[in-house]
Design a protein around this ligand. Structure first.
Ligand SMILES: Nc1ncnc2c1ncn2[C@@H]1O[C@H](COP(=O)(O)OP(=O)(O)O)[C@@H](O)[C@H]1O
Ligand SMILES: [Mg+2]
Length: 460
C-alpha cells in the first residue's frame, strides 16, 4: 500500500482541476492558472468535518413532514437585491457574490448588512481584507450605521466560526473567502484547497444554525488566487456583480439560485453615498445617447422580466494596410462577424476593407439575439453615412444566415416600454407584426429581410 502523507499537486485556480505536474493550459481552457499545492493524506475537506461525526443511524423522512422554509424570506432593505435573490434572503442559505475588485461587493453587502440589522437584529460582518476603521469609514459615507451591526477583522476560519456560534447573528458576511484559511490545512489562504474546504465548512455551519450568509469571492485575472468557480457548486446561490469601473452602472445577476429563478437582474449606480437602486433602467441608459447620429440605433432586450431599451453604436472606418479590424463591446464578437458577412452578402454593403466597431452603450452586456437587427442597422448607418430616418424608432429582430428576420418573443411589453420612453415606431420582423396585439399608440413597421429593414429605417 502506498504510504500516506502530504503530496504536491498542481491545481487550476479557475476550475479546480488537479494535475500531478504543472501544465501551461488547463483542460478548462485557462492559461497559466496552475499553482502548486500540498494536500494532506486524506481529502482536505473531509478532514475538516470528520471530527464532528460520531456513529449514528440516519432515517429518511416523508416529504410531507418536512417543513418548508419558503415563507421565511428576509428583507435585505435593498429591493433590487431582494428581487435577484428571488424575493428576499432565505434563512440558512449560503450565497456567493463574485465580481472584480473595486466593483462594489463590500459596499452592497454593507448596505444590506445595515438594512438587515435595523430590521432583524444582530449582523456580523467578517472582513479579512479591511480593518474595522476602514469599514466604519465606508459605513459613515453610505449611511450604513446601525447599533446591531458588528464587525470582526479575522481570517482564521476556526476563530470566525467560534465567534459565529457565540454571537448568533441573524445574518453573516464573509469578505472575502480568499482571505480566510483553516488552521487544519497547510496550504496558503486563497489556494484552491483552502477556499473549497472553508466554503464547505461555512456551508455546514450556516445550514445547521439557520443563518443566511454571504461570502465574497473576487474574480482574479491571474491564477494566484482560487476563483469563484471553485465553489459555485457548493453554495445555494451565485451572484455576480459587474459593470465598468469608470462607468456608474452596476448590474447584479444570479447564475445559480436554489430558491428562485436566475433571470432577474438588479440595476444600481455607484455614488459617493453607496449603491443607488435604479428603478427606471431604460431612462438611465438612454440618458446619454447620441440619438439621431450616424451609427446609432436604439433597440430593446429583456433583462429578466423587465424590458430594457439600449443604444447600439457602430463606427466604420477605412482600415489601414493589413487586415480589417472587427471589435465589439457588449456584443458577441462571433455574432458580429456573422452579421457583417450577412450584410455583405445580402445587402451588398462593402466592409472588406473597413474596420467595424460596435458598442452597446452604457456598459450593459445583453444576452440573446434580438438585438442582431439593431447591430446590422447601426453598421449600415455608419457605413453609408445615413442616420435613422426617425430617431424615435426602436429596431428589433434576429438575423438568419440567409438575411431573413426571425421573430422575437414578447415584443408587446417592449412596445409599452418604448412608448413610455417617447418612441413612436418599432421596426420588427414581419412575423411579429402580423400577430401584433400590443399597444396601439406606437406604429409597427414589419420587414421580411435585412435589406428591407435597413431601407425602411435609414434616411435616403
Ligand atoms: N469616497 C468615495 N466616493 C465615491 N465612490 C467611492 C468612494 N470610495 C470608494 N468608492 C467606490 O467604491 C468602489 C469600491 O467598492 P468596494 O465595495 O470596496 O468594492 P469591492 O468590495 O468589490 O472590491 C470604488 O471602486 C469606487 O467606485
Ligand atoms: Mg471589498
Amino acid at each position: 500500500m502506498a504510504k500516506k502523507g502530504p503530496k504536491t499537486v498542481f491545481v487550476c485556480s479557475e476550475c479546480g482541476y488537479e494535475s500531478p505536474k504543472w501544465m501551461g493550459q488547463c483542460i478548462c481552457g485557462a492559461w497559466n492558472t496552475f499553482t502548486e499545492e500540498r494536500v494532506a493524506d486524506t481529502s482536505a475537506s473531509s478532514a475538516l468535518s470528520s471530527k464532528n461525526r460520531e456513529h449514528r443511524i440516519v432515517k429518511p423522512a416523508p416529504i410531507r413532514d418536512i417543513v418548508s422554509g419558503e415563507t421565511e424570506r428576509m428583507d435585505t432593505g435593498i429591493g433590487e437585491l431582494n428581487r435577484v435573490l428571488g424575493g428576499g434572503l432565505i434563512k440558512g442559505s449560503l450565497t456567493l457574490i463574485s465580481g472584480e475588485p473595486g466593483i462594489g461587493k463590500s459596499t452592497i453587502l454593507l448596505q444590506a448588512a445595515a438594512g438587515i440589522a435595523r430590521k432583524y437584529g444582530r449582523v456580523l460582518y467578517v472582513s479579512g481584507e479591511e480593518s474595522g476603521e476602514q469599514i466604519r469609514l465606508r459605513a459613515d459615507r453610505i449611511g450604513g450605521l446601525s447599533d446591531d451591526l458588528y464587525l470582526l477583522s479575522e481570517t482564521e476560519l476556526e476563530l470566525i466560526l467560534d465567534a459565529v456560534a457565540e454571537f448568533k447573528p441573524v445574518f453573516l458576511i464573509i469578505d472575502s473567502i480568499q482571505t480566510v484559511y483553516s488552521s487544519q490545512l497547510t496550504s496558503a489562504a486563497g489556494s484552491v484547497s483552502q477556499v473549497r474546504a472553508c466554503t464547505a465548512e461555512i456551508m455546514r455551519v450556516v445550514k445547521q444554525a439557520g443563518i443566511p450568509a454571504f461570502i465574497v469571492a473576487h474574480v482574479t485575472k491571474s491564477g494566484d488566487l482560487a476563483g469563484p468557480k471553485i465553489v459555485e457548486h457548493l453554495v445555494d446561490t451565485v451572484l455576480n456583480f459587474s459593470g465598468e469601473r469608470n462607468h456608474g452602472f452596476r448590474i447584479l445577476r444570479s447564475y445559480k439560485n436554489r430558491f428562485g429563478n436566475t433571470s432577474e437582474i438588479g440595476a444600481f449606480e455607484m455614488s459617493s453615498e453607496g449603491l443607488r437602486e435604479i428603478a427606471d433602467l431604460s431612462a438611465s441608459v438612454l440618458e446619454e445617447t447620441s440619438r439621431g447620429a450616424e451609427g446609432s440605433v436604439v433597440t430593446a432586450v429583456y433583462e429578466g422580466s423587465r424590458p430594457l431599451l439600449l443604444e447600439v453604436q457602430a463606427l466604420v472606418s477605412p482600415s489601414g494596410v493589413g487586415f480589417a479590424r472587427r471589435s465589439s463591446i457588449g456584443f458577441d464578437p462571433g455574432r458580429l462577424n456573422m452579421i457583417i458577412a450577412v450584410l455583405e452578402k445580402r445587402t451588398g454593403l462593402k466592409l472588406m476593407s473597413s474596420d467595424v466597431y460596435v458598442n452597446v452603450a452604457g456598459g450593459i452586456r445583453p444576452e440573446g439575439t434580438s438585438i442582431d437587427l439593431a447591430v446590422a442597422a447601426a453598421i449600415s448607418s455608419a457605413a453609408l453615412g445615413r442616420p435613422m430616418a426617425d430617431p424615435r424608432t426602436i429596431v428589433l429582430g434576429e438575423i438568419g444566415l440567409t438575411g431573413e428576420l426571425r421573430g422575437i418573443s414578447q415584443p408587446e411589453r417592449i412596445a409599452s416600454e418604448a412608448a413610455r420612453m417617447g418612441f413612436t415606431k418599432i421596426l420588427m420582423p414581419e412575423k411579429n407584426r402580423i400577430r401584433w396585439s400590443g399597444p396601439e399608440n406606437i406604429e409597427i413597421i414589419g420587414a421580411k429581410d435585412l435589406r428591407e429593414a435597413v431601407n425602411k429605417v435609414l434616411q435616403h
